[in-house]
Design a protein. Structure first.
Length: 262
């Protein structure tokens, strides 16, 4: 039960959606650095290619890009088909792609709900279903295939910002993950969620620029998350160490969700 084997992901095939930037980029680097083959997908072709170039310069594992626009159902199908042509198995799916929309309650547009729920929830189900056959081929009783859904602490608490569709979509994702855990566990595929707190990302950039000190003061550890924090959680869930974890929501937030002001 040595650590190197317990947390080993070398040789595993991983798909990270939104893997070119922000939290997805942090996760992708964690896998590549530890010897996995990582496929990155997002609609930003240039960002995907740049991330792949940078990750492959690290050595150990390998990174590949399959750009796709996740708002379009046909693009999701193309992504799954392309992955199936390149790989016979998929060991880990990280559903990370997401969007946000902030606006005052009285002005919150209906279109925001369609856009945010499509990417944050609907396409997660679509893609997971399409790649399930590849995951079944990778699955074994003591080493199941893994689904890791990147959720949010804003699905566990009421956020201060007026991001109604985002927090609702992530709460839906958390529960979808549990439903998938029940249905797919029978196929030796686990499904778990990381409820992430504040990390440096495109989605959080403007908020952190204005309120980083305030945000950090509300985190018991008094800092935002680092790449090691989220990548480490994913490596745990993807390795033998996390093989018996199924249907869980793990808060990776420095204690933000449980912090209270006296």
């Amino acid at each position: 039960m040595d650590v190197q084997n317990l947390f080993n992901v070398k040789g595993k095939v991983v798909l990270v959606t939104g893997g070119a930037k922000g939290i997805g980029r942090m996760i992708s680097e964690g896998y590549v650095t530890n010897g996995a083959t990582v496929y990155i997908s997002s609609r930003d072709v240039d960002a995907c290619n740049q991330a792949v170039e940078e990750l492959n310069a690290l050595g150990k594992g390998r990174a590949h890009a399959i750009p796709a626009n996740f708002y379009e159902e046909d693009e999701i199908k193309r992504l799954a088909e392309e992955l199936g042509k390149r790989e016979s198995k998929l060991h880990v799916l990280v559903n990370n792609s997401g969007s946000n929309w902030g606006a005052p309650y009285d002005e919150y547009p209906s279109s925001a709900w369609t856009r945010v729920l499509t990417l944050n929830l609907h396409r997660v189900f679509d893609l997971t279903k399409l790649v399930t056959p590849l995951m079944e081929k990778a699955a074994a009783p003591n080493d199941p295939a893994r689904i890791i859904n990147i959720g949010s602490i804003d699905a566990l608490r009421v956020p201060a910002l007026e991001t109604f569709a985002y927090s609702a979509s992530k709460a839906g994702l958390h529960h979808l993950s549990r439903v998938l855990a029940s249905h797919l566990g029978k196929r030796n595929i686990t499904s778990n969620t990381l409820a992430c707190g504040p990390f440096q990302s495109k989605m959080m950039a403007a908020t952190l620029e204005s309120f980083q000190e305030v945000i950090e003061s509300g985190v018991p550890l008094h800092r935002i998350g680092t790449p090691e924090d989220v990548a480490g959680a994913c490596l745990f869930l993807s390795s033998r160490a996390g093989a018996y974890v199924n249907g869980s929501t793990i808060a990776v937030d420095g204690g933000s969700a449980v912090a209270s002001k006296l």
